[in-house]
Ligand binder design. Structure first.
Ligand code: NAD
Length: 380
């Protein structure tokens, strides 16, 4: 069966859905791989490496001739409409925000798998692209902060004087937040963190961070599947009040809080940012989904004047964070994709078993229907 990988078209996207290693893995399963020339260039993978791994490198894919289409970013409705009825697509689907594409996939009778929907159970960890890409993004938040912060992260005791370590606050200690905590610790900062899920406290401490317990009603914040649930408005207001002194005391603030399928929760007001010291840096990883910080603009650095009038705080709306490190991000992502495809492949034939909870859970559209219930409801 023919599996195709295109060069990602969306501006800012530098990742690719297959590496030479995953091409070899899929060829060994009996699949025929076609990849568009230049697809791996941004990830440091040359066409010849794909060819050596057994792929056919082509100037342009004929999408309607593919049995399986692998991608990174959600498809456009136009590409979805070009895929053959009964063919399979595997990649990020962003079902909550890409409704026209979901509708187009259903109309085109494509069996579409969205990696965000892979159940987060132990057996499916090797297919969990949310985690693999959050790892990259979380690491990157600290690198972006360190390059903008005008001081050191670590403590230095020198003959010319002592430089205190930076104080870093991480809000949201999920996969990305924990990577940010670990990376900031490795750079020598003092790290503090808060999350509404009580389970995150031990994870923060295990990485050497200090957990800030705000004494909000923990049970009310625990949703299903280990995820957080949105706080009620009065609790959200209380959380911001309680966070304010911690934000003011920080040199670097990194926000990563998210609620599945919803806009990011607002954790930090403009006033709280203005209360930070001049030169402080705020990185909002949630900027693309509305932002944890009031006034953040995805893809932009804003200078917020301090309330003290002595300078400004840099507020960064981080965009395409995983794409900024395409080699490692692609390496992990391509493995997630190949592992899901391998789960569906028997004797060289891609034949998804919908009795398998991972396969059924990840399926977004099939035979003209939208199977992911919240998306089906949103489409009416
Ligand atoms: P996410 O991206 O949905 O959210 C990021 C973090 O924001 C979460 O920790 C969440 O609790 C936090 N958050 C939400 N509202 C907040 C608020 N008002 N204030 C502060 N923090 C807030 O989450 P994620 O990183 O994808 O991980 C979610 C959970 O899934 C975690 O428990 C994680 O350990 C778990 N997980 C399990 C597996 C598995 O295979 N079993 C794999 C990956 C993640």
């Amino acid at each position: 069966m023919k599996v195709g990988i295109e060069r990602e078209r969306r501006a800012g996207e530098r990742r690719v859905a297959a590496t030479a290693e995953t091409v070899a893995q899929l060829v060994a399963l009996g699949l025929q791989i076609e990849i568009e020339a230049g697809a791996g260039t941004e990830s440091g993978i040359a066409d010849v490496a794909y060819a050596d791994a057994g792929a056919r490198v082509v100037p342009q894919l004929q999408l309607s001739e593919l049995d399986v289409y692998l991608h990174v970013r959600p498809l456009t409705p136009e590409v979805a409409a070009t895929l053959a009825p009964g063919s399979i697509s595997i990649g990020l689907g962003s079902p909550a925000t890409e409704l026209p594409t979901v509708a187009a996939l259903a109309d085109a009778q494509v069996t579409a798998f969205a990696l965000e929907l892979v159940p987060r159970i132990s057996r499916a960890q090797s297919m969990d692209a949310l985690s693999s890409q959050a790892l990259v993004a979380g690491y990157r938040t600290v690198i972006e902060a360190a390059t903008r912060y005008p001081r050191f992260f670590p403590l230095y005791m020198t003959a010319a004087g002592t430089i205190p370590p930076a104080r870093v606050l991480v809000l949201g200690a999920g996969v990305a937040g924990l990577q940010a905590i670990g990376t900031a610790k490795r750079l020598g900062a003092r790290v503090f963190a808060n999350d509404v899920r009580p389970a995150s406290a031990d994870e923060v401490r295990s990485l050497g961070g200090t957990f800030i317990d705000l004494d909000l009603d923990a049970a009310a914040a625990e949703g299903t599947g280990g995820y957080a649930r949105a706080l009620s408005e009065d609790r959200a207001v209380r959380q911001r009040e309680l966070l304010a002194p911690h934000v003011a005391a920080s040199d670097v603030l990194i926000t990563t809080a998210a609620i599945p399928g919803r806009a990011a929760p607002l954790l930090v007001t403009r006033e709280m940012i203005a209360g930070m010291r001049a030169g402080s840096v705020v990185i909002d990883l949630a900027a693309e989904s509305g932002g944890n910080v009031e006034g953040v603009v995805s893809g932009q650095d804003l200078l917020v004047p301090t309330a003290a009038g002595d300078g400004h705080v840099t507020l960064v709306g981080l965009k395409d964070a995983a794409s900024t490190m395409p080699s490692d991000a692609s390496r992990l992502y391509a493995k997630n994709v190949a592992n899901l495809l391998a789960l569906m492949t028997v004797d060289g034939q891609v034949a998804p078993d919908f009795d398998d909870e991972v396969i059924a859970g990840a399926c977004l559209t099939r035979a003209g229907a939208v199977l992911h219930e919240p998306t089906a409801v949103a489409l009416g």
